[in-house]
Ligand binder design. Structure first.
Ligand SMILES: [Zn+2]
Length: 392
């Protein structure tokens, strides 16, 4: 299907043509035109690591009692209780509300890492359908783990990574939760699956010191070395966090063509530390790890924390996400250059008015096209109540 749309000229005189889902050199005379004389055209933002399943958390999730004191307690008392309670309806409502708000804030690509231990098979298709319906670009994976039911659970999770159907907006990744919740056999299987599917790994690495200590207990120098020695990190793999990687480990990841994703608000909230060594790689993108995917807010947190911690390499991390997306989708360029993804945002006075993803108009006049954000939020609030009951 030919999908041509032309935006502009904007108030700077810029016109952007999108033909067949890509930014084009020349305007298609038959294309639909979105005029934006008061707006400014920019590339859509990329959130390079998040969790669509946590989208209901902002709707009155009961606090854990007593309050978690460590990173592992935060996982055990909050997120692992929430993910065990997910079913198809809660997951769908969570994903749709998260995606709607992402698009309305100008985020056009989400790299998701999913877990729902009691609803594994079919879970990624729920996310893919939400992405297709609302029109956001996604990389999807199931974070395989042995933390609830052992090896069989991990194998089911890995199989699910291959179940999701790829479309122009959807690509699949292979996922592991993290080194510290899987055995060597599961890591080897995950690496084999990457090669079989022709894709890469998406895994949490050295988010907290616990992950590093676990790998050392198992006889490895750290989680990065463990994943590498077990042949599970093809070029282009995505390592979320890397807070407790050394400068040498970050340089090694860079040399091997691995992406790192910094998640400033999450790291600060979980009190796991600031990833000061990420400054030793050029392949560092920005994620929000389940926080709302308004990347201007995430970038502001990055700038604030980078300044405090003497990190002079934070500029450019938001744009690095575009390189990551181009790599996985095979785009020849990034930004507003010909050959880049046709993922474009128009802002007026800072407010997102128009969003186009892959040449499809998905936000117009500051509202979703073909979906009702208020109805999506109402459904999310209703499903959230059901989720809190299931968690209890
Ligand atoms: Zn995460």
């Amino acid at each position: 299907m030919t999908r041509s749309i032309t935006l502009g000229p904007d108030r700077t005189g810029r016109t952007v043509a999108i033909v067949d889902g890509l930014i084009a050199e020349t305007v298609d005379p038959a294309a639909a035109v979105v005029a934006c004389p008061d707006g400014e055209i920019a590339p859509g933002a990329v959130c390079a690591h998040t969790h669509l399943y946590s989208g209901l958390a902002s709707y009155g999730m009961p606090p854990a009692e007593p309050a978690p004191r460590t990173f592992i307690e935060i996982l055990e008392k909050v997120w692992w209780r929430l993910d065990r309670a997910l079913d198809a309806d809660t997951l769908r409502a969570s994903a749709r509300d998260y995606i709607a708000k992402a698009l309305l804030s100008g985020t056009t690509s989400l790299i998701d890492h999913h877990e729902s231990p009691h609803f594994i098979r079919g879970s990624l298709q729920v996310l893919a359908d939400a992405a297709e319906d609302l029109g956001v670009r996604v990389l999807l994976t199931f974070g395989a783990t042995e933390r609830n039911f052992g090896r069989a659970e991990a194998e089911t999770g890995l199989v699910e990574c291959g179940n999701v159907e790829e479309t122009p907006l959807v690509r699949r990744l292979v996922g592991l939760h993290a080194s510290f919740t899987v055995s060597d056999d599961t890591i080897r299987s995950a690496g084999d699956l990457c090669r079989a599917l022709g894709t890469v790994m998406h895994v949490h690495v050295a988010e907290a010191v616990d992950d590093v200590e676990d790998a050392r207990t198992r006889g490895y120098a750290g989680p990065l070395e463990r994943l590498l020695e077990l042949d599970a990190l093809p070029i282009g793999s995505i390592l979320a966090h890397g807070v407790h990687l050394s400068a040498d480990q970050v340089r090694q990841a860079d040399r091997l063509g691995l992406w790192l994703v910094q998640n400033p608000r999450s790291n600060e909230g979980n009190r796991v530390g600031y990833p000061v060594n990420l400054r030793h790689s050029d392949k560092v993108a920005l994620g929000c790890d389940g926080w709302p995917a308004d990347m201007a807010v995430e970038e502001a947190a990055l700038v604030r924390l980078a300044t405090t911690h003497g990190d002079d390499r934070a500029a450019g991390r938001l744009d690095a996400g575009q390189r990551l997306i181009a790599e996985r989708f095979g785009f020849a360029a990034t930004g507003l250059n010909p050959g880049a993804a046709g993922d474009v945002v128009v802002r007026e006075g800072g407010k997102v008015m128009t969003v186009v993803v892959g040449g499809r108009l998905v936000v117009h006049g500051g509202r979703l096209v073909g979906a009702d954000a208020e109805a999506i939020e109402a459904s999310a609030r209703a499903e959230a109540e059901r989720l809190w009951q299931r968690m209890a």
